[in-house]
Design a protein around this ligand. Structure first.
Ligand code: GLN
Length: 456
């Protein structure tokens, strides 16, 4: 813990940690020391970790990367962070993220972006750590903490993991409790670990997840021993390669990475099967209707009354002016865009044309996966991202749709509620990390982690 606290102090330029909690860390570490005398102390005991700013942490600022939550001090602890503390984990502080987890580059954060510790060769240009869990990814990659929590609504664990050369798993929807996590799109949001290895991901996921009566969508299922299931034995497993993920204009190095991963699995004894997920091309448009729709509803609670920031009002301003001024000041441009898209697609005149249609498309995407699993496919191998980490500013200044295209390989998994893991398996020509994604059957994270172990 002391080594991590020192590393964090020396790495301010990465802008990964946005709230520091050294006193809490040292107190938890002392308790962990006492517990570690016990032979059966949990594997997480004493491990210093970072917590994404989206998690409510008791008496510690929890702003979800937004100005509108300035000054908000939760009176409760999220179930996931509480589970980790119960297992003996030590919290070093809160990690940077895109505002309300909306983004793929960490550039929508009120704190300014976190920075990827990797560079292109000798080029000094700073790169994005990805988003929205960019602070978590940068902190783990730069050894500021041993692991971090992330959340993934459309790829926000897997894309930053791939951009920084670490491992990140989004579990099956319902595996981790969402209680105490600031809601973005409730039917898609899932928490998960971001770690240095597949084994660490197995250990941390086991500590994080489990049934929680406070979240009605949390599954009442036993938590397997994920670490014990890590054999890396993929002999006889059927790994599907979906043809729709071979996108036009995909860089050659991503294609090579994918082929190398396929060869690795085949050499390890897996059976490689070409599959089709025919509705893949509708996933991004469906996601960018459903996620903003749910966000516009979830974010209605930020009204200047109940939480955080309230704008200064002029004489004679009423409640409408208070809402308008507070939201204009408190929400950044990307969040405002999502709220406007969301209210539009949910409005009476457009509900059927957009929201309802997107929900039907979502069902078809889910069915594509069910069909291939029914054919005996165990997991699906794809690239995690369409490119390596890009330069800060490169995409943020472009059309927002360019940024949305980053999520092309990851959003399908959230729409279908499946588990997906990103594992670093290669590098591009300039030495930047690249990752592959494995998508698993629902609730079969143990099997998914074990197969990912074979790729590592
Ligand atoms: N980049 C996606 C978005 O902006 C995904 C974000 C996430 O998974 N939280 O919506």
């Amino acid at each position: 813990t002391n080594a991590c606290l020192a590393a964090i102090d020396g790495a301010g330029a990465l802008n990964a940690f946005v709230h520091h909690t050294p006193e809490k860390a040292l107190e938890q570490a002392a308790q962990a020391d006492a517990r570690l005398k016990d032979a059966d102390a949990p594997a997480m005991c004493g491990l210093p970790i970072g917590i994404k700013d989206l998690f409510c942490t008791k008496d510690v600022p929890s702003q979800a990367g937004s100005r509108i939550l300035e000054g908000f001090l939760p009176q409760y602890e999220s179930t996931v962070s509480q589970n980790l503390f119960d297992a003996g984990a030590v919290m070093l502080g809160k990690l940077n993220m895109d505002e309300f987890a909306m983004g793929s580059s960490n550039e929508t954060s009120v704190y300014g972006n976190a920075v990827n510790p990797w560079r292109r060769g000798n080029d000094a240009a700073q790169l994005t750590p990805g988003g929205s869990s960019g602070g978590s990814a940068a902190a783990v990659a730069a050894d500021l903490c041993l692991a971090a929590t992330g959340t993934d609504t459309g790829g926000s664990i897997r894309q930053p993991a791939a951009f920084t050369g670490i491992t990140g798993i989004k579990p099956t929807y319902g595996r981790c409790s969402r209680w105490g996590i600031v809601a973005f799109a409730s039917s898609l949001d899932q928490a998960g670990p971001m770690t240095k290895s597949v084994r660490d991901a197995a250990i941390m996921l086991e500590a994080m997840c489990g049934h929680d009566p406070k979240d009605s969508t949390s599954a009442d299922l036993a938590v397997p021993d994920f670490e014990a299931a890590l054999t890396g034995d993929v002999r006889g497993k059927k790994i599907g390669i979906p043809k729709e993920y071979r996108m036009d204009g995909m860089p050659e190095e991503i294609e090579t990475l994918w082929q190398d991963g396929i060869a690795m699995m085949r050499d390890a004894g897996a059976e490689i099967v070409d599959i089709s997920l025919p509705h893949t091309k509708y996933a991004l448009p469906a996601y960018y209707v459903i996620a903003p729709a749910e966000a516009s509803s979830n974010l209605a609670r930020y009204d200047g009354v109940r939480y955080g920031h309230r704008a200064k009002l002029d004489q004679g301003d009423g409640i409408t002016e208070m809402y308008e001024k507070t939201r204009a000041e408190g929400f950044g441009p990307e969040v405002q865009r999502r709220v406007m898209i969301g209210t539009y697609v949910l409005s009476a005149g457009f509900y059927d044309a957009y929201y309802n249609r997107a929900r039907k498309v979502r069902t078809l995407i889910k069915k594509d996966f069910e069909d291939v699993f029914a054919q005996g496919i165990d997991s699906i191998l794809t690239p995690a991202t369409p490119s390596a980490a890009f330069g800060l500013g490169e995409m943020a200044d472009a059309d927002p749709v360019q940024m949305y295209l980053n999520d092309v390989f990851t959003v399908t998994v959230n729409l279908a509620g499946l588990p997906g893991i990103a594992v670093p398996t290669g590098q591009d020509r300039q030495g930047l990390p690249l990752g592959l994604q494995l998508i698993g059957r629902p609730w079969e994270e143990a099997d998914l982690l074990s197969s990912a172990y074979a790729l590592e």
